[in-house]
Design a protein around this ligand. Structure first.
Ligand code: NAD
Length: 234
């Protein structure tokens, strides 16, 4: 296999599916049970904050108990053993990349384990439930705390760092994402423009499947370790 220097890996809900965390758009996905307008938009949160808090409190609890799977572990191994650069960018708000040993995955959609005060802007680690009565530890305001996750209509985090990495990468790997949520869905085009080899590792062809030069379809716990071994020449 060709040697690659600078690798960017984008992960989505599919990488955490076999750890018991539901995906969003699949047949039994989270959006089939909840209205995304109520729990994943600033307007929905304003209308019914307690309902949104309960949704995220439940996800936080499940997330705390989930264990990383072979796909998260393989990407952590890629980070450690690859002699060049590896940047893991995740759309996931869970902490399974960190639990697998990844050093600093970029959480472009925020983190379930952080809370943000919409009054003073402070963000801090948060492992407990949030309610409308939770006071901000920094400014003391109630009715202002929210999960530090990026909702539809909000600007994803770390975009500058991500675009710099994409414009310099020679291998782009997309894992477990349906390719429907922008800007992440546009990363493959950005990597292609940089001349990178593009690879999709997903249960099935995604929306943007035709943009990838190579694909391996199957469960993440099978296809990701196999591809990582190929890159590492194992
Ligand atoms: P998505 O639900 O739209 O798509 C998931 C993709 O993963 C699908 O293409 C599906 O075929 C594939 N998939 C399902 N099971 C798989 C498996 N075992 N192995 C490999 N692939 C599998 O998810 P997305 O593209 O990440 O959507 C983006 C949004 O979903 C983001 O905003 C993200 O924050 C959010 N999300 C995060 C989590 C999490 O943190 N664990 C969970 C659900 C959704």
């Amino acid at each position: 296999m060709v040697m690659y220097e600078r690798i960017v890996v984008l992960t989505g809900a599919g990488i955490s599916a076999e750890s018991g965390l539901g995906t969003f758009r699949d047949k039994d996905g989270i959006w089939t049970k909840y209205d995304l307008n109520e729990v994943a938009t600033p307007e929905g949160f304003k209308r019914n904050p307690q309902f949104a808090h309960e949704f995220y409190n439940a996800r936080r609890k499940v997330g705390r108990e989930a264990k990383p799977n072979a796909a998260h572990l393989a990407l952590a191994k890629l980070e450690t053993e690859h002699s060049g650069d590896v940047l893991i960018v995740t759309q996931n708000i869970d902490h399974l990349h960190e639990a697998a040993g990844s050093k600093q995955p970029v959480h472009m959609h925020g983190e379930l384990a952080r809370a943000l005060c919409s009054h003073c802007g402070a963000s801090r680690q948060w492992l407990e439930d949030l309610t409308v009565d939770t006071a901000c530890p920094d400014c003391g305001r109630t009715e202002a705390m929210r999960p530090d996750v990026v909702w539809f209509g909000e600007m994803p985090y770390h975009m500058e760092k991500i675009f710099v990495a994409l414009s310099n990468c020679d291998l782009f790997i997309s894992v477990g994402t349906s390719g429907t949520v922008y800007p992440a869905a546009g990363f493959v085009a950005e990597a292609l423009q940089a001349g990178a080899h593009t690879v999709e590792l997903n249960l099935e062809p995604s929306e943007g499947a035709t943009l990838f030069a190579e694909a391996s379809h199957g469960p993440a716990t099978k296809v990701v370790p196999a591809y990582v071994d190929k890159v590492l020449g194992a």
